[in-house]
Design a protein around this ligand. Structure first.
Ligand code: SF4
Length: 538
């Protein structure tokens, strides 16, 4: 359990426990068995038999009533030790209570409520397909004396993907290579960034543009990755990799340790002064830019004598070489295991017997020490302790290698109708920074330009924020917070605003006062308070 989902050690927290009741039994038509209820939370419109769950496992028929199987996640700035983390709403029905399999939960006394400290997230809030219905929760609150509104819903996203940053210089696959999960293409390798390989996974093309199997596996993969689980991938012509948000990537069965300190040229520049006087030449092997100290500007500034070294690859600028080898899992993200293979014969006019050469990778993980013999051949010998210390410092300066998973989704479609009768006003208000968009209470970056394209780090979201429906599409939380006056100005569903206490007691507006359950979580320290950021309160 991560810090983000800390629930203060109370029992039964991993089991959702109490169901949320969403609708009364409602036979859809005469041919439909009256013992079934129809779920209308997504376009699939499951008809669910007594005691069974719908296709997404989020809703079930509980004694003729449609119930939500997981609780609404509510964030609070802090929880005192011993307070309940999963509590039933008031008005919980006797039938539901009697059939509960979860451990008995303490009743909510109302004392826990400090409305300025409470934020209702979209996790477990339900959807209201078709979207012209108001969002499940439109919560009115006061923050520092300002009347605020938060519109809370779950979105059903077809246009969504994960951008994954993998801190490694190992070769994962060529740019544009297909990424597969369980044999299906679910994404591709995209442009590498500094010290990291990047993948684009999921997305509308794989969810709905390919075969049914491709769509199903893509949705399963996205749900697991978003929910911070480990997922295994293979990359065409490249590596096998296991990715889990916030954990080191495992490449071809080996957990990555270090993110490189910089490219070969950067490493030469950073450590040049420390090498000066201890070495005659340094080569930092890198798949991108291999650095050569005496030719590099850093070596020149130190008045280092030319060494007569001859590099393979394509010279970019003095002391900086591209393509000294092919990409791979060897030294510095190249395919070499023998570093001398990237050197041509030394210039006999310039080089001299006894010349001291260090070759290292950009992480210091690989390093060898050579001395030229009388024939100007490098002979590997034991590395002096003072040089070893600098190589170790290269390693110290590497950050731990991690996988970072960002959720990217388009919320600019019909979902907006759950917020306002005039959707473009929501889009404009977001662009004018009148509305703060959060995803499960986590801060979201809203892309400039048209629509509402949001991006958030899944590690800052509550665990199990993501679900799927078999259309196939991804279910994810989203919240829009703003001043009440701004909500009115953008054509909001003013008649559906309810105070926090009423929301917590009665549940979603379409719930008809039936019982629901809550899961209280502590707002992660890294996350700003969703209702407290300027310019909302400025
Ligand atoms: S798949 Fe859709 S209709 Fe079926 S239970 Fe889930 S949300 Fe309801």
């Amino acid at each position: 359990m991560t810090e983000h989902t800390k629930t203060d050690g109370l029992p039964g927290l991993d089991a959702p426990g109490l169901p949320q009741v969403m609708e009364r039994a409602r036979p859809r038509n005469e041919r439909m068995n009256s013992a079934k209820v129809e779920c209308n939370a997504c376009p699939v419109l499951c008809q669910i038999s007594e005691g069974r769950a719908g296709a997404c496992d989020r809703y079930a028929n509980h004694g003729g009533t449609l119930v939500r199987l997981d609780p609404v996640v509510v964030l609070r700035r802090s929880l005192d030790a011993g307070e309940a983390a999963l509590v039933p709403f008031a008005g919980r029905s006797a039938e539901v209570a009697a059939s509960d399999t979860a451990a008995p939960m303490p009743a909510w006394s109302g004392d826990l409520l400090h409305s300025e400290q409470v934020f209702v997230t979209g996790v477990g809030s339900s959807t209201t397909y078709p979207d012209y219905k108001p969002a499940p929760f439109i919560v009115g609150s006061q923050q520092q004396g300002v009347d605020m509104v938060t519109v809370v819903t779950e979105g059903i996203f077809s246009y969504c993907s994960f951008k994954v940053k993998i801190d490694t210089d190992r070769f994962l696959g060529a740019e544009q290579a297909n990424v597969r999960c369980k044999g299906e293409v679910v994404g591709h390798v995209t442009t590498a960034e500094y010290g990291s390989q990047m993948l684009s996974l999921g997305g509308v093309h794989h969810l709905t543009g390919g075969s049914k199997k491709e769509g199903r596996i893509t949705a399963e993969m996205m749900q697991a990755l978003g929910n911070k689980q480990a997922v295994e991938f293979t990359i065409d012509g490249g590596s096998q990799i296991v990715i889990q948000a916030g954990r080191a990537p495992i490449v071809n069965g080996v957990a990555e340790q270090r993110m490189r300190v910089g490219c070969g040229s950067a490493a030469v520049g950073i450590f040049a002064r420390q090498f000066f006087g201890l070495v005659d030449e340094v080569v930092v092997v890198d798949d991108h830019i291999t650095g050569v100290l005496t030719e590099h500007q850093a070596g020149r500034c130190l008045d280092m004598k030319p060494s007569g070294i001859a590099m393979r690859g394509r010279k970019s600028t003095p002391g900086r070489y591209f393509q000294v080898a092919n990409p791979g899992n060897g030294w510095g993200g190249t395919d070499i295991a023998e570093p001398l293979s990237i050197l041509d014969p030394w210039d006999p006019v310039v080089a001299w017997p006894g010349l001291r050469l260090l070759m290292t990778s950009t992480t210091g993980e690989h390093a060898s020490w050579y001395v030229l013999d009388a024939q100007l051949q490098p002979v590997e010998t034991e590395m002096p302790a003072e040089v070893r210390r600098i190589v170790d410092r290269i390693g110290e300066n590497c950050e731990p290698s991690l996988s970072t998973v960002l959720f990217l989704a388009g919320a600019g479609g019909s979902l907006r109708a759950g917020v306002t009768e005039n959707p473009v006003l929501l889009t404009r208000s977001i662009k004018q920074a009148l509305v703060n968009v959060t995803v499960g209470g986590a801060p979201a970056y809203v892309w400039p330009g048209g629509g509402i394209t949001v991006m958030a780090d899944v590690l800052r979201m509550p665990d199990n924020s993501f679900g799927t429906v078999p259309t196939p599409a991804i279910v994810a939380p989203i919240e829009f917070s703003m001043r009440r006056s701004d909500y009115e100005a953008l054509g909001g569903h003013m008649g559906q605003i309810r105070g926090l206490q009423e929301v917590l007691q009665r549940g979603a507006w379409h719930n008809d006062g039936a019982p629901q359950s809550l899961q209280w979580l502590t707002l992660p320290e890294a996350n700003p308070w969703p209702l407290g950021q300027p310019p909302l309160l400025g």
